[in-house]
Design a protein around this ligand. Structure first.
Ligand code: HMG
Ligand code: MG
Length: 299
């Protein structure tokens, strides 16, 4: 059955901006985006990514972004850390939580983090240990859970295997990424069932991209199974630079509208969120990817 409460994990400052083509987005815009998001009532914000700036130039100012934001009490500011070097910078920047990321597809893992799945998991061991020593929680992402841009179909068993490895290593939550948005509701349900065999529903999150317009349908399917954490990005910004054909995350505004319709609590203000999406899309000179934002409009 549906959960009574859902935690929305806002992705736009990281997943939303990492792939933006053209000029580098200024640090000031990133800081303002994060501050606006926390004012909307979002409790979890992925604020930055401590990856190689050669690989992802748009995230090159992660330390400056973290230093510049106004921290709101009760809000978790998270960041991606692919290796120990990233962890050291993330700790220096006083992030509240870190995240490691692998994938269910070998080909994608190779393109995204330049190693095999097994090597990525081995690389995360010292990351998890460092976090444990510091008392910092680690989230684990599994990408390409419903399809890979390089290898095509992905077996739910393979998703479960990588998810289990991250969970066993100590990740408190496993976020299941439909990186290129190719999933459909039944597929989402089957994939979740495979993962939920070994990992409790309370430790799982859905990270769905909306490339094929299926993300809201896919979310409905997994919410119905009791999943209660949803990753989303305001105005539907985003996509992974190493996922051919990837487009934005599901829009946070659209997720909120769905949840309101289901009578599920989030503590987030929809109009404030729409205004924030309107503001950032103007800054980026981008179209707004939220249907709900287009329907209701900024005020
Ligand atoms: P590599 O080239 O194999 O590693 O990259 P390396 O150790 O040889 O390092 C290369 C250079 O990067 C060196 O600099 C390092 O110092 C530097 P040089 O010596 O040449 O001057 N470097 C770093 N700099 C800053 N911070 C670091 C860091 N690490 C190394 N942490 C590496 C391997 C993992 C670093 C690289 O492949 C990388 O950064 N990849 C990140 C890719 C990425 O961010 N992808 C997008 C996020 S994942 C995603 O979007 C999916 C998700 O949304 C879920 C979904 O949708 O499915 C999460
Ligand atoms: Mg993503």
């Amino acid at each position: 059955s549906f959960p009574s409460q859902v935690r929305v994990f806002e992705m736009s400052p990281r997943d939303g901006l990492q792939n933006e083509p053209g000029e580098l987005i200024t640090t000031a815009v990133k800081i303002e985006l994060i501050n606006r998001l926390s004012a909307c009532g979002l409790s979890h914000i992925e604020a930055a990514s401590f990856v190689s700036p050669k690989w992802v130039p748009q995230m090159g100012d992660a330390s400056e972004v973290m230093a510049g934001i106004t921290r709101k009490a009760g809000v978790t500011y998270a960041a991606l850390t692919p290796n120990l070097k990233g962890v050291e910078s993330a700790f220096a920047a006083e992030v509240d939580e870190i995240a490691v990321f692998s994938a269910a597809s070998e080909a994608f893992t190779q393109k995204n983090i330049n190693c095999s799945i097994a090597e990525s998991l081995a690389r995360f061991e010292p990351v998890l240990e460092a976090a444990r020593n510091k008392g910092i929680k680690v989230r684990g992402y599994v990408s390409t859970v419903m399809g890979c841009p390089y290898q095509g179909d992905v077996d739910p068993k393979q998703v479960a295997q990588v998810a289990n490895a991250l969970y066993a290593m100590g990740c408190y939550e496993i976020s299941l990424g439909d990186t290129i948005g190719v999933g459909t509701p039944l597929k989402a349900k089957r994939m979740l069932e495979a993962v939920n065999r070994d990992i409790p529903m309370n430790n799982l999150a859905a990270h769905f991209h909306d490339t094929y317009g299926q993300a809201i349908g896919n979310l409905y399917a997994v919410l119905e199974e009791g999943l209660a954490v949803v990753d989303a990005s305001v105005a539907g910004l985003g996509g992974c630079p190493y996922a051919r054909g990837a487009s934005g995350n599901v829009a946070t505004e659209d997720v909120l509208y769905l949840l309101q319709g289901l009578g599920i609590e989030t503590g987030i203000n929809l109009q404030d969120l729409i205004n924030t999406g309107d503001w950032i899309t103007r800054q980026l000179k981008r179209a707004n990817g939220s249907k709900v934002a287009l329907a209701l409009g900024a005020q």
